[in-house]
Write a protein that binds this ligand. Structure first.
Ligand code: 5AD
Ligand code: SF4
Length: 439
């Protein structure tokens, strides 16, 4: 039953964009039970940590954050504390054992059951992979929205890269059916959204049921581009081996599909790629990039890299640096290898921490150089900018360019949600400055 005074829900989201989407949907599910979200943990009736298990640091952060909630729980014994997401999935009851202040543990495939779980007495735990699609059991989204939104189209992963927990925590690849996604996209647009980022752990492996059989991501994107009022589409995150011809062609043919692609390669060494079970070579990745650039010459590329994977030699690392020099990325995320329990790579001896630090440092320096070069290259160019919020200076708006750069524009009469044409006039270290072109 919904009570008169709204209860307050504080959600902290760790890790990836899928978790950002999941947190939004959990907030909506709990909204049906009378919860409204708050930014202030101290005033919450429920604190939910939506966790990430991908690297040890991310997972351990959850335990230290839970420790920090102790005084709050002591002062407010009715406070409910929940752990959701991939740490919940991977560690289950261990969380209740290690942290008795936790009331509920819910895995990423079960959060549609949250509304029942919050009403249960005592401790509850649900880390099933249920048959039903959780998205079908969530309440409809009604509130007006900002101009950008995520939409999960695919979950899980069958790739089993040797370092990665995702296939274990998120389970096998599942694609949501086309009609549901189109309905959800239309609904988002009707509530003010102008840019949708399609999400999946292996989003370009999408193969959801549509008219006439299974559709690939390229076809889904072409269909979504037909939704009136939907100005921009993006997708993340992809595996090189799932970039099919139709999707590559879509980059050249669908104006709504923005010229930015996150395509993780992890390493530039064939030996390490093989040990990682990535199932492609550095050369194959480079040829793929050529084809993508042929379809969309101004596309900005980003990637993920892992340094100091077990067995990585100086030569292997240099191969990664060479690949980066050859591709010229506009952005990248890079990580020191972190051994994850239950993954094949965790059986192998780790490299010394100082070596990992030094390689990460060198790789990040190169990426930063390329990122700045890509930002400088935007100066003088005309790009679209979708305003997402007001800037810190009076009359200033902040939005994202087509290439996903943050852009500041002096535009005192503009509103959030406007998509405007801008000339880039300056490149700072973290953002660009643009001048609006009339009208
Ligand atoms: N150690 C370090 N980085 C990892 N990633 C995934 N698993 C690990 C791990 N065990 C990185 C990969 C992936 C990104 C989401 O996180 O680069 O693409
Ligand atoms: Fe993890 Fe590899 Fe699947 Fe990406 S493709 S989620 S890195 S197993």
């Amino acid at each position: 039953m919904t009570e008169d005074a709204p209860k307050k829900l504080f959600i902290k989201t760790y890790g990836c964009q899928m978790n950002v989407y999941d947190s939004e949907r959990m907030a909506e599910a709990l909204g049906a039970k009378g919860y409204v979200t708050t930014e202030v943990a101290e005033e919450a009736d429920m604190v939910l940590l939506n966790t990430c298990h991908i690297r040890e640091k991310a997972a351990e952060k959850v335990y230290s954050d839970l420790g920090r909630l102790r005084p709050l729980k002591q002062a407010k014994p009715d406070l409910k504390i929940g752990v959701a997401g991939c740490v919940a999935q991977a560690e289950g009851e261990e969380i209740l054992r290690r942290m008795p202040l936790v009331d509920l543990v819910v895995g990423p495939q079960s959060y549609h059951r949250l509304p029942e779980m919050v009403e249960a007495k005592g401790k509850v735990i649900d880390t099933d992979f249920p048959e039903e699609d959780k998205f079908d059991h969530l309440p409809e989204r009604k509130a007006l929205r900002g101009p950008t939104a995520f939409l999960t189209v695919q979950e899980g992963c069958d790739k089993f890269c040797a370092f990665c927990v995702v296939p274990y925590t998120r389970g096998a690849e599942v694609s949501r059916p086309v009609p549901r996604l189109l309905a959800e996209a239309r609904d988002l647009v009707s509530r003010g959204v102008r840019e949708i980022t399609l999400l999946g752990q292996n989003v370009n492996g999408y193969h959801g049921e549509g008219e006439g059989g299974a559709w690939g991501l390229g076809r889904l994107i072409r269909e979504m581009a037909g939704i009136e009022g939907l100005e921009r589409l993006r997708y993340t995150t992809s595996h090189p081996n799932d970039m099919d011809d139709d999707l590559i062609a879509a980059h050249g043919e669908v104006p709504q599909l923005m010229p930015y692609l996150h395509l993780p390669v992890q390493s530039g060494s064939d030996r390490i790629l093989k040990a990682m079970n990535r199932k492609h070579t550095a050369e194959e990745y480079l040829r793929l990039i050529e084809r993508i650039r042929a379809a969309r010459p101004d596309i900005l590329l980003s990637s993920d890299f892992i340094v100091a994977f077990p067995g990585e030699t100086d030569r292997d690392f240099e191969d990664t640096m060479d690949l980066i020099r050859e591709v010229r990325f506009g952005a990248a995320f890079s990580f020191k290898y972190s051994a994850r329990p239950g993954t094949p790579a965790a059986e192998k001896p780790e490299l010394p921490a100082e070596l990992a630090d030094a390689r990460l440092h060198a790789l990040q320096a190169l990426i930063t150089e390329q990122q700045h070069a890509a930002q400088k290259a935007m100066v003088g160019r005309q790009v679209g900018v979708l305003y997402e919020k007001a800037g810190r200076l009076p009359g200033q708006m902040v939005g994202k360019s087509d290439h996903l750069h943050a852009v500041h524009v002096q535009d005192p009469t503009a509103k959030v949600g406007e998509l405007v044409q801008v000339r880039i006039v300056e490149a700072g270290p973290n953002s660009l400055r643009g001048e609006r072109l009339q009208p």
